[in-house]
Design a binder for this molecule. Structure first.
Ligand code: UDP
Length: 237
């Protein structure tokens, strides 16, 4: 299927929803990101894959004696909590939004089914996807690449706390330089940790551009969609 030039997949990590806090959801930050998503949805079709690192990560649990499969189930539950919160906040911001989960939870929200998600997006709903891929041993970055491919998105917008991909961690190394553009192969070969290798590989196989940008400011998503502000573009070779 051809990519839909109006449709974008935004990956919002759990940490982005934490704001200045060390855990959980910061209401002001959730409100700001939701307002940004609602604004972006006025001119684009917006799917969101949300992480869960603000509440629980499977790897973190395995360090404290939680078995990996159980830890990953807990991690996916965390993403569903975030998806419910974010969809609610997008509705409060005035847009239509729905949370869908990859792990069926009929009493909590609707399950992800590609044709339904596709239709909801065409109807102008912001579709917030929780539960990652619905399987352990994956990350929500890989879920973002998977759903972007399934839903014919034009690109993945990978929201982070820095304005792109750097040669080194700019918070540690003042000499670090930001890449304007990279190929998926370069991102994988140079082990640029902004997304995991599985996510980059899936994006590469489906010729999906990835735009890495900072979600710290107001209307960051809307601005990056308009081509404003700093970002790194990961593009097919
Ligand atoms: N997870 C999973 N399968 C998936 C995606 C996520 O089991 O397809 C679990 C995994 O334990 C992960 C947690 O959910 O650590 C939260 O996701 P992630 O770490 O990607 O969140 P983020 O770093 O974006 O906040």
């Amino acid at each position: 299927m051809a990519k839909n030039p109006k449709r974008f997949l935004v990956k919002v990590s759990g940490e982005a929803l934490m704001g200045p806090d060390k855990f959980g959801l910061d209401p002001a930050t959730v409100e700001r990101i939701a307002a940004d998503l609602a604004e972006a949805a006025r001119t684009r079709e917006i799917a969101v894959v949300v992480g869960g690192g603000n509440i629980f990560r499977g790897m973190q649990g395995s360090k404290h004696g939680v078995e990996r499969n159980t830890g990953d189930s807990m991690g996916r539950l965390a993403t569903i909590i975030n998806a419910l919160a974010l969809a609610d906040a997008v509705r409060a911001a005035g847009a239509k939004a729905v949370a869908l989960t990859a792990d069926p939870m009929p009493s909590l929200c609707r399950s992800y089914f590609q044709p339904d998600a596709d239709r909801l997006l065409s109807e102008g709903q912001v579709v917030v996807l929780g539960g990652g891929t619905g399987q352990p041993f994956f990350t929500t970055d890989t879920a973002a690449a998977l759903r972007a491919a399934e839903l014919d998105c034009a690109a993945i917008l990978k929201a982070t706390t820095v304005d792109g991909v750097y040669t080194a961690d700019p918070k540690i190394d003042p000499a670090a330089r930001r890449y304007e553009q990279l190929t998926h192969d370069e991102a994988i070969e140079r082990r640029l940790g902004v997304m995991d290798t599985a996510a980059f590989a899936l994006a590469r196989e489906n010729a999906l551009p990835i735009i890495v940008f900072s979600i710290q400011g107001a209307l960051a998503i809307t601005n990056v969609l308009a081509g404003n502000g700093k970002a790194t573009h990961v593009v097919p070779a």
